[in-house]
Design a protein around this ligand. Structure first.
Ligand code: GLN
Length: 478
């Protein structure tokens, strides 16, 4: 069962000549045959016939890609009706880098439409299900990537994270998810949701694979003007550094009403474990935390409403035309956007257009920008004294399909612990740290200062090496 292995284990076996790439593919395909009809992790099923360079570093190890990252000559639809049939003429920079290292692109994973959501239920293709409990959501928006990796339907995957979309589904599916520092990974070829918040990152079975994948995709790219020209670390060598002496802050604003008791207990236990391993802890305050969700939903919707203006039936995907009338172009815009976007996308476009409108710009958008800088300053102050911040990834474990769909506010609150990292532009990782009484995975989130991914890896790898949570697999009821 090679599909259950991590990428680094497979590289080892391939290098020793003990397995072939075809054996990996065939084990993945038989797993997909068994579990995919129930889980529905893929928006566009794997269909690879790419030639493999056997001398390359990755030797044809397959990787699943979220459906909002452009892949040349392969469907990329953001799981939206409006991008029906869209096939990009180019690869995103991250895809180019993966191919250069000998990876094979293995299917496009399901997601909330345009990455708007925390449950993977707003996809045009229907919901993805959590491998740990098929009645529950896998989290979102990268729910397909997380479910595919957790169900061993993929070795590893890429997701994107604007407000938690890598970390929250990783937490809910019991695997590892990393949002790099803003600017660390090129966004060229990532279909934009909120350009000042979006980052691409790894979704993997363990911390080692997250470091390995970040090594491949990180680095400066001239085609993304927000990509930063600072040399990326060798993240694998960061793993070997000890956790002794690492100073970790516990923000009191994250341990509040609404935090599930089982989640809280698991985070406390993780803290004790890291303390035993030599890290030191102190409670701190991030006083502007309470504004994060409001600020995020103003800025993210404002940026989304501008970014989505390009989908109008002219250049990409779906085109709906009406009966012949006096103004066929306007009719085409209206019909295409009316039929092409789902209701959450429409809600965000309307909200975003409202907060940017001339009468309200100062009251909402400008004000939110100011509070964003206060949230960032809270973190800057903490990182003057500390290496990391430790929090839960999500206030609860996976919730039931349908439970929050009709209540946008309760859905938005799912991201209360992940949004601040995007607003501050800092890196954060989620890794498994326990199970609830109902046997649902719990995620531990570790954050660090900008371009200090090293500290995340030190803490996360030490925790993982001294616990077994990442080894527990779901018993998929198919
Ligand atoms: N759940 C958040 C939202 O709906 C974050 C999504 C994301 O990170 N793409 O906006």
């Amino acid at each position: 069962m090679l599909n259950t292995k991590t990428a680094h284990e497979l590289i080892d076996l391939l290098n020793k000549g003990q397995i072939t790439q075809n054996e990996i593919l065939s084990d993945l395909k038989s797993q997909i045959k068994k579990t995919e009809p129930k889980i529905k992790a893929y928006a566009h099923a794997p269909n690879n016939s790419e030639p493999v360079n056997k001398d390359s570093f990755l030797k044809g190890i397959p990787i699943a890609i979220k459906d909002n990252i452009c892949t040349k000559e392969a469907l990329t639809t953001c799981s939206s009706h409006i991008l029906d049939g869209f096939i990009p003429p180019y690869d995103a920079t991250v895809i180019e880098r993966l191919k250069e290292k000998g990876a094979v692109i293995f299917g496009k994973t399901n997601m909330d439409e345009f990455a708007f959501g925390s449950s993977c239920e707003t996809s045009f293709y229907g919901p993805t299900r959590n491998p740990w409990d098929l009645k529950r959501v896998p989290g979102g928006s990268s729910g397909g990537s997380a479910a595919a990796v957790a169900a061993d339907e993929a070795i590893w995957a890429l997701g994107s994270d604007t407000g938690g979309s890598i970390r929250q589904p990783a937490a809910l599916c019991g695997i590892v998810g990393l949002k790099p520092t803003y600017g660390r990974v090129s966004r060229y070829g990532l279909i934009a949701f909120a350009s000042s918040l979006d980052q691409i990152g790894p979704i993997t079975k363990d911390v080692y694979d997250a470091a390995l994948l970040l090594n491949i995709i990180a680095g400066h790219d001239e085609r993304d003007s927000t990509s930063v020209d600072i040399k990326a670390d060798d993240y694998l060598s960061c793993l070997k550094k000890d956790v002794k002496g690492l100073k970790i802050a516990l923000p009191k604003e994250y341990f509040i009403k609404g935090l599930d008791k089982d989640v809280e207990a698991a985070i406390k236990e993780a803290k004790n474990k890291l303390e035993k391993l030599g890290a030191t802890f102190k409670e701190v305050s991030l006083p502007h935390t309470k504004y994060a969700v409001a600020v995020y939903y103003i800025l993210a919707t404002a940026e989304a409403s501008s970014n989505l203006a390009r989908f109008d039936g002219v250049q990409y995907g779906l085109r709906c035309t009406g009966a012949k009338d006096a103004n066929p172009m306007i009719t085409m815009y209206k019909q295409t956007r009316g039929k092409g976007f789902g209701s959450e996308a429409k809600r965000r476009i309307i909200l975003g257009t409202y907060v940017l409108s001339s009468g309200y710009y100062d009251a909402y958008y400008l004000r939110a920008l100011k509070v964003r800088s206060l949230i960032k300053k809270d973190f800057d102050d903490v990182f003057k004294e500390f290496d990391c911040v430790l929090t839960p990834t999500s206030p609860t474990a996976a919730f039931k399909i349908g439970e929050r769909l009709d209540d946008p506010l309760s859905m938005y609150l799912s991201d209360i612990y992940t949004i601040s990292a995007n607003l501050a532009g800092i890196p954060a990782i989620s890794l498994p740290c326990g199970l609830t009484k109902d046997k649902l995975p719990i995620g531990l989130q570790i954050l660090s200062g900008p371009f200090k991914e090293e500290n995340l890896f030190r803490a996360a790898y030490a925790f993982e090496q001294n616990t077994d949570w990442h080894k527990i697999k779901p018993d998929i009821k198919v």
